[in-house]
Design a protein around this ligand. Structure first.
Ligand code: EPZ
Length: 430
C-alpha cells in the first residue's frame, strides 16, 4: 500500500503555486450540467474528488472532455439518467450537489446518500428543507435521496445552521425556479460566491452571495460559459502552516489574500511574519512559535478545514493553547496519531488543550481524513527523523501533487509502495 515517507527537519523555502479550489470546483462541476450548451471550466484541480465527480457526470450521460490537466469541457445536453448510485459516488460527499443541479434542471433527481470524510455526523436536513420549500417532494429510500417536483417555485428559506452544502444545493435548485428565492443565514464561504458567479455567467440572476442573504430570481434557462475557478484557500493555508512549522520562508502564489485573512492573522499571532501582495502571501517563521487560542467558525472565521493544521503548529509552540472545533463534532481523531509523534494534547469533547512540546519525532502513522492527513504531513516535515503516513488516498482527495510541491520547497518526501522502497528512502536521507 502506498504511503508517504518523510524525513523532517528541513525548513521549507521557496515559492509554491496554489491550484483551483476543490470545494468550489465540486459545486461548479455539478452546476455545469444545468445548461444544454457547452461549458468550459479552467483552473480545475486534478484531485481525486473532482475526478470522481467528473466520472459521475459521465455515468449519467454528461459529455466530459479534458482539454488539458486543468481545463474541462462539459456538456449536459445528453443527460438521460437522473439516478446516481455508483459505489464510487458514495465516497465523495459533494455527489449530493447533483441533487440540486438535476432537480433544478429536470425537476427530478435520485442520488445515493453521501459519504465523504469521516469527521462527525453530517446531517442533510437543511438541504431537504430547502428543496421542500421550493415545492419538491423529498424522500429517502434504499440509500437514495429522491427529490422531484411538478414545478419549483421561489421561496423564503431560513437556514437553521450556516451550511455551505445546503446553501449551494438550494441555490442550484432555485436558479430556474419560478419567481424569487431568498436564502437567509446563508454560508458566505468564497466557494459559495464562486458558484454564484459561475451561475450568473451562465445567465442566472443571483445577488448577495458572500453576505448572509442570497436573492435568486428564477430564469427560464442557462447558457454556455467559460469560467476560471478561484484559488484554493485551504491548500494555500496548508502551505502557509508548512512554512510555520518548519521555520521556513514560503511564498504561496496565485491566491486571493483576502480569503486567507483569518489564517494570516493567526500566523502573525503565533509569531510568523506574513507579507501580502496582490496575488501572493509570504510566510516567514524564524523563531519558536507562540501559543494562542482559536475557534473554528463559518467564513470569515477561522476555517474548520485548517483546524488540524493549526493544532499541529500549536503542538510545537511555547505554552498552552486551546483549539475549539465548532463546526464538526469528530474532527480531532488525528490527535492520537500526533501523540505518537510526541505531542501533548488532551481532547475534551470539541476542545483540544495543547501543551506545546519542543519537537515531534518521526513515527508510523495513518491519515484519518483529508485535512487531518495534510496536517500530519506538516507534523512529519517538522519532526526529527523519518515518518511514514498510511492512507494517503485521503490526502489525494484534495491536494494536487503534494509530494512534488513540497519537494520543490526542499522537503524530503517520497511516495513508497514497499518495505524495500522505504529502506532505500531511509538510506538516502541518512
Ligand atoms: C463543506 O462541507 C466542505 N465540503 C467541507 O470541506 C468543510 O469542512 C465544510 O463545508 C465547512 O466549511 C465541501 O465543500 C465539499 P456544512 P459541508 O454543510 O457542506 C451542519 C474538506 O476537507 N449541517 O457547511 O458538508 C453540519 O453538521 C471538506 O474539503 C446541518 O446541521 O459542511 C456542520 O455542523 C471536509 N444540516 C455544519 O452544518 C445540514 O443539512 C456545517 O456543515 C447541513 C449541515
Amino acid at each position: 500500500m502506498e504511503q508517504y515517507a518523510i524525513k523532517g527537519g528541513t525548513p521549507l523555502v521557496g515559492e509554491v503555486e496554489i491550484g483551483g479550489a476543490k470545494n468550489a470546483a465540486l459545486a461548479i462541476l455539478a452546476a455545469a450540467v444545468m445548461t444544454d450548451e457547452t461549458v468550459v471550466i479552467e483552473n480545475m484541480p486534478d484531485v481525486r474528488d473532482t475526478n470522481v465527480l467528473l466520472q459521475a457526470i459521465s455515468s449519467i450521460g454528461g459529455i466530459v472532455e479534458r482539454i488539458d490537466r486543468h481545463t474541462v469541457k462539459i456538456n449536459g445536453s445528453q443527460i438521460r439518467d437522473l439516478a446516481i448510485d455508483g459505489d464510487y459516488i458514495k465516497k465523495i460527499r459533494a455527489s449530493y450537489y447533483l441533487l440540486g443541479a438535476l432537480l433544478g434542471k429536470y425537476k427530478k433527481a435520485e442520488v445515493a446518500l453521501p459519504g465523504g470524510c469521516n469527521i462527525g455526523s453530517r446531517p442533510i436536513d437543511q438541504h431537504i428543507k430547502g428543496f421542500r420549500a421550493l415545492g419538491a417532494d423529498v424522500s429517502i429510500a434504499h440509500g437514495l435521496i429522491i427529490a422531484q417536483a411538478e414545478r419549483l417555485r421561489g421561496s423564503h428559506i431560513y437556514m437553521d445552521v450556516v451550511t455551505v452544502g445546503a446553501t449551494i444545493n438550494v441555490m442550484m435548485a432555485a436558479v430556474m425556479a419560478e419567481g424569487q428565492t431568498i436564502i437567509e443565514n446563508a454560508a458566505k464561504e468564497p466557494h459559495v460566491v464562486d458558484l454564484a458567479n459561475f451561475l450568473n455567467s451562465m445567465g442566472a440572476n443571483i445577488k448577495g452571495a458572500g453576505t448572509d442573504v442570497i436573492r435568486i430570481k428564477g430564469v427560464s434557462k442557462l447558457h454556455r460559459t467559460e469560467y476560471t475557478i478561484i484559488p484554493d484557500q485551504i491548500e494555500a493555508g496548508t502551505y502557509m502552516f508548512a512554512a510555520a512549522v518548519t521555520k521556513g520562508d514560503v511564498t504561496v502564489k496565485n491566491v486571493i489574500p483576502k480569503h486567507l485573512e483569518s489564517i494570516s492573522a493567526k500566523l502573525v499571532e503565533i509569531g510568523c511574519e506574513v507579507e501580502e501582495s496582490d496575488d501572493a502571501v509570504r510566510v516567514v517563521a524564524s523563531r519558536r512559535l507562540a501559543h494562542t487560542h482559536v475557534k473554528t467558525l463559518p467564513y470569515p472565521g477561522f476555517p474548520t478545514d485548517m483546524q488540524p493544521q493549526i493544532t499541529v503548529a500549536l503542538g510545537l509552540s511555547q505554552g498552552t493553547s486551546i483549539v475549539t472545533e465548532s463546526i464538526f463534532e469528530n474532527r480531532f481523531k488525528y490527535v492520537d496519531e500526533l501523540t505518537r509523534m510526541g505531542a501533548n494534547i488532551k481532547v475534551e469533547s470539541n476542545t483540544a488543550i495543547i501543551d506545546g512540546v519542543e519537537g515531534y519525532t518521526g513515527a508510523g502513522i495513518t491519515a484519518p481524513d483529508l485535512r487531518a492527513g495534510a496536517a500530519l504531513v506538516l507534523a512529519a516535515l517538522a519532526a526529527e527523523g523519518v515518518t511514514t503516513i498510511d492512507e494517503i488516498r485521503y490526502i489525494e482527495r484534495g491536494y494536487e501533487d503534494l509530494p512534488q510541491k513540497l519537494k520543490s520547497l526542499g522537503a524530503q518526501i517520497e511516495i513508497v509502495d514497499t518495505e524495500k522502497e522505504l529502506q532505500k528512502f531511509r538510506l538516502r536521507v541518512g
